[in-house]
Write a protein that binds this ligand. Structure first.
Ligand SMILES: *[C@@H]1O[C@H](CO)[C@@H](O)[C@H](O)[C@H]1NC(C)=O
Ligand SMILES: *[C@@H]1O[C@H](CO)[C@@H](O)[C@H](O)[C@H]1NC(C)=O
Ligand SMILES: *[C@@H]1O[C@H](CO)[C@@H](O)[C@H](O)[C@H]1NC(C)=O
Ligand SMILES: *[C@@H]1O[C@H](CO)[C@@H](O)[C@H](O)[C@H]1NC(C)=O
Ligand SMILES: *[C@@H]1O[C@H](CO)[C@@H](O)[C@H](O)[C@H]1NC(C)=O
Ligand SMILES: *[C@@H]1O[C@H](CO)[C@@H](O)[C@H](O)[C@H]1NC(C)=O
Ligand SMILES: *[C@@H]1O[C@H](CO)[C@@H](O)[C@H](O)[C@H]1NC(C)=O
Ligand SMILES: *[C@@H]1O[C@H](CO)[C@@H](O)[C@H](O)[C@H]1NC(C)=O
Ligand SMILES: *[C@@H]1O[C@H](CO)[C@@H](O)[C@H](O)[C@H]1NC(C)=O
Ligand SMILES: [Zn+2]
Length: 506
């Protein structure tokens, strides 16, 4: 089947009854504040007293009351007076299969994560297809509820043919828009690299995948630093397939793991047709930054993850013109992109305020604006994925739309809708969410194709089994040299305590 979009009314005839219920082929968001983007000034612009018409999966028109616009008969009218209509938020780095670990990593570190929770641990044998399916599906309800409409998934729960298929099915069942970047890795569980290549080729031919357009396949690979046959196979795969994205973890500094723009440039990948997203880039160099600009490739900054685990925010705040935002391991912290944008805004301000304060000077201006944080959370994510039809509410773009109530106790009194969202909103203010013209949240309630009670029950069953195994597994003893990716010594971090006594207080 071709990848051509089929309007809802055609799909409804073919598919199940539930598809009909989810289809809103023509919807009018009437009379609210709509956040658009002005390409000339490069800033978000608010249109008050305006309406947005969605037909099929796209935005047909944005107009105000003085315009004479013919509304198609049968259009569903949603009154958005007093509300804020925003583009959907974009998460450019996530591992959605890990939901079952929720709260286990509350005080974990990156070094501990590698040996306890990551893809190279017992996860590769313990997580079966049902664990991956229900973990991913339950995990994706959260971003949809929070107005995240597009995700670039670093999909490293690819532990076998069966888990990969379950993973992809969960993503397609969720209704989120996604670049599903299949991770290739040298696992210890017997799923060989050759089998992964065969599995990938097989998934690319998946009929269900090819009959829809929300989910597209990409590639994730973290071992470009190894000049071996696997790396060559990945380079060939990227060059020979028109995949939606290529992504990798890139840290540098004491972490090593220099899957950097410089490395990818040596491999001839930077100037290809595939968008590349380098996650974290905490220790990005000036050379790397120039390569990102030259070839218009992006980094994904995951603010909370980089603080929680200790990746660091060393240099990534200096390349924000080629940055988007991401969440990373959603089992450890908040998963809404607005929360990430707020944290990034305030931590960036602090970083640059210190430059003045450290010299006993007083800054007279603020280093970063709410508009910039909003842009990173929306348009920049779209550009990172080379999807200019996302991240901005404009005629012809995809109808990925989020509506905020403007009158909750926390939002009441706003005049600047961007500041209201970035600095005052929470997930509870999100009234409606639409992805490609279809409802994902309506009147404050998630709209799912599944029976959520059943998904929840299946997920909890799986999570209970998994949490028991992890809680019974001793924590790794991190002594001597951090030998994962670079060769540096472990040290004790300074700890603080909220009560007086002998310290630690865990
Ligand atoms: C919406 O669906 C109806 C039938 O379900 C169809 O008649 C109409 O043309 C569709 N409109 C658009 C804009 O797709
Ligand atoms: C609005 O447009 C319709 C259809 O094009 C036209 O018939 C009508 O006269 C217009 N109304 C005004 C007030 O311009
Ligand atoms: C995290 O907290 C647990 C207790 O909840 C403690 O046993 C463990 O040592 C802590 N781990 C780290 C890495 O601090
Ligand atoms: C996994 O799928 C590939 C591609 O279809 C196939 O070649 C391989 O034999 C499968 N492996 C197993 C263990 O079924
Ligand atoms: C790498 O590929 C070359 C050429 O295809 C082959 O001769 C060699 O055996 C391969 N090496 C490994 C370790 O697989
Ligand atoms: C690659 O895929 C995109 C999106 O599906 C499409 O627009 C583009 O034409 C394709 N490019 C090639 C060279 O096939
Ligand atoms: C990238 O490749 C294109 C097409 O091959 C070429 O026209 C362009 O000059 C290259 N850009 C850079 C910065 O090398
Ligand atoms: C959803 O599943 C639960 C548990 O199996 C069941 O009690 C409930 O009736 C189902 N709801 C719908 C709408 O089918
Ligand atoms: C603190 O450490 C001392 C010496 O090891 C011990 O006697 C005391 O009981 C500890 N106090 C608390 C509150 O744990
Ligand atoms: Zn990650």
């Amino acid at each position: 089947m071709s990848k051509t979009f089929r309007p809802c009314h055609l799909l409804a005839g073919l598919a199940s009854l539930s598809a009909t219920a989810l289809c809103a082929n023509s919807t009018l968001f009437q009379g609210g504040t709509i956040i658009t983007f002005d390409e000339a000034s490069q800033i978000p612009v608010a249109l008050h007293g305006s309406s947005l018409l969605v037909t099929g999966d796209s935005i047909a028109r944005i107009f105000d009351s003085s315009d004479n616009v013919t509304i198609p008969t049968g259009t569903e009218i949603v009154n958005v007076e007093g509300k804020i209509v925003s583009p959907g938020f974009i998460d450019t780095h996530r591992h959605s299969w890990q939901t079952a670990y929720k709260t286990l990593g509350s005080n974990t570190t990156l070094a501990e994560y590698f040996s306890r929770y990551g893809e190279f641990t017992q996860a590769g044998t313990v997580f079966g297809p049902d664990d991956i399916y229900y973990g991913t599906l339950a995990g994706l309800y959260e971003p949809l509820d929070a107005g995240v409409t597009t995700i670039l998934e670093h999909a490293h729960g690819t532990f076998s043919n069966e888990t990969s298929k379950a993973y992809l099915n969960a993503v397609m069942d969720s209704g989120v828009r996604m670049a599903f970047c299949y991770a290739f890795h040298e696992l210890g569980n017997g799923f060989s690299f050759e089998e992964q290549l065969a599995n990938f080729a097989n998934l690319m031919k998946n009929d269900r995948l090819n009959s829809q357009e929300l989910v597209q396949i990409g590639i994730a690979y973290d071992a470009f630093i190894q000049d071996n046959n696997n790396t060559q196979a990945i380079v060939d795969l990227v060059n020979n397939n028109n995949v939606s994205a290529l992504t990798m973890h890139f840290l540098g500094g004491p972490w090593g793991n220099t899957n950097s723009p410089s490395k990818l440039d040596q491999l001839g990948l930077m100037n290809g047709t595939t968008p590349i997203v380098f996650s974290h880039a905490s220790y990005v160099t000036t050379d790397d930054a120039e390569l990102l600009r030259k070839y218009d490739q992006y980094i994904s900054t995951t603010p909370e993850s980089e603080m929680h685990y200790g990746h660091g925010h060393h240099y990534n705040s200096l390349i924000q013109d080629q940055s988007a935002l991401g969440v990373d391991t959603h089992f450890t912290f908040s998963t809404d992109i607005i929360g990430q944008a707020r944290m990034w805004l305030q931590s960036t301000r602090l970083r640059f305020f210190y430059q003045s304060l450290d010299n006993w000077n007083v800054p007279r201006n603020s280093p970063m604006s709410a508009n910039q944080a909003f842009t990173l959370a929306t348009r920049s994510g779209a550009l990172a994925m080379r999807r200019p039809d996302l991240g901005v509410l404009a005629t012809g773009n995809k109808a990925d739309v989020v509506v905020f109530d403007g009158d909750s106790p926390n939002m009441l009194g706003w005049s600047d809708p961007v500041a209201a969202i970035i600095l005052h909103s929470h997930v509870g203010d999100i009234r409606h969410v639409m992805v490609g013209g279809e409802w994902r949240k309506r009147d404050g309630q998630l709209v799912t194709k599944q029976n959520r009670t059943e998904v929840q029950n299946k997920f909890l069953e799986s999570a209970k089994r998994i949490q028991k195994i992890w809680l019974e597994t001793p924590l790794p003893d991190l002594q001597g040299e951090f030998s994962g990716l670079s060769h540096v010594d472990y040290v004790d971090a300074y700890t603080v305590d909220a009560v007086r006594g002998n310290g630690t207080g865990y």
